[in-house]
Design a protein around this ligand. Structure first.
Ligand SMILES: N[C@@H](CCC(=O)N[C@@H](CS)C(=O)NCC(=O)O)C(=O)O
Length: 218
């Protein structure tokens, strides 16, 4: 299978799941920010598979396509259940892990896109600034909710499930990395800080984190 990825992009979480699980896959850099046609070749190829033109995109060996970072991350975890990157089906821990994975993917990531590409969401450019301000306030609120939620189950452990690591931790670290800049209050959120440290220092994750250029620790 072939995973289209790019630096600082939403491909980090699914790719980190693949690395933790020891899956083999081909990587294609889809540099959507490049202007040079040779450098953009991977991204142009991605667009043949994904009408949204979004990273990540996964193409399976039989040609089927999976888009959406959370769906690809879940799919990768299912391919290697023995890696235990999700709690057992039907367990309360799984419900908790899925709830917050989806909160990040469906609530926060789309608001991040409002902030990153405001011009796509406004009728006239002069509304873009107001949209970014609103998106920023929403993102601040979302991280406060997450800091509080982490306190509910994590106990003394750094992860969503306490001492037990799962794919929601990877997804959280990725989105948090996008939002740390200019948000000093996140560095003062002890539970987020602990989760980030514990996740990005995992031996299999640290090299991928550095390659993705997701920034230093808090
Ligand atoms: N809902 C999608 C969002 C993916 C997304 O928007 N990715 C960004 C990179 S982080 C992208 O492809 N941006 C290029 C563009 O939209 O032109 C997911 O979770 O995979």
């Amino acid at each position: 299978m072939k995973l289209y990825w790019n630096l600082r992009c939403g491909s980090f979480a699914p790719e980190a799941v693949a690395v933790e699980a020891g899956l083999s896959y081909e990587r294609v850099r889809a540099d959507h920010r490049a202007s040079d046609p040779a450098q953009r070749a991977g991204y142009e190829e991605l667009k043949h598979h994904n009408p949204m033109g979004q990273i990540p995109t996964l193409v399976l060996d039989d040609g089927r396509v999976i888009t959406e970072s959370a769906a690809i991350a879940l799919w990768f975890a299912e391919l290697k259940p023995e890696a235990a990157l999700l709690p057992p089906p039907g367990s309360p821990e799984r419900a908790w892990a899925l709830r917050w994975l989806m909160y990040l993917a469906c609530e926060i990531y789309p608001v991040d896109l409002l902030e990153s590409y405001p011009e796509r969401y406004v009728a006239t450019p002069d509304h873009a600034e107001a949209l970014v301000l609103g998106a920023n306030a929403r993102i601040d609120r979302d991280w406060e909710i997450i800091e509080q939620a982490l306190g509910e189950r994590a106990g003394e452990g750094p992860f969503w499930l306490g001492e037990t690591f799962c794919l929601t931790d990877l997804y959280t670290a990725m989105v948090l990395a996008w939002h740390r800049e200019g948000r000093d209050h996140l560095a003062r959120s002890p539970k987020l800080q602990r989760l980030l440290e514990a996740t990005i220092t995992r031996p299999k994750i640290a090299p991928l984190w550095a390659e993705y250029d997701l920034g230093a620790r808090f």
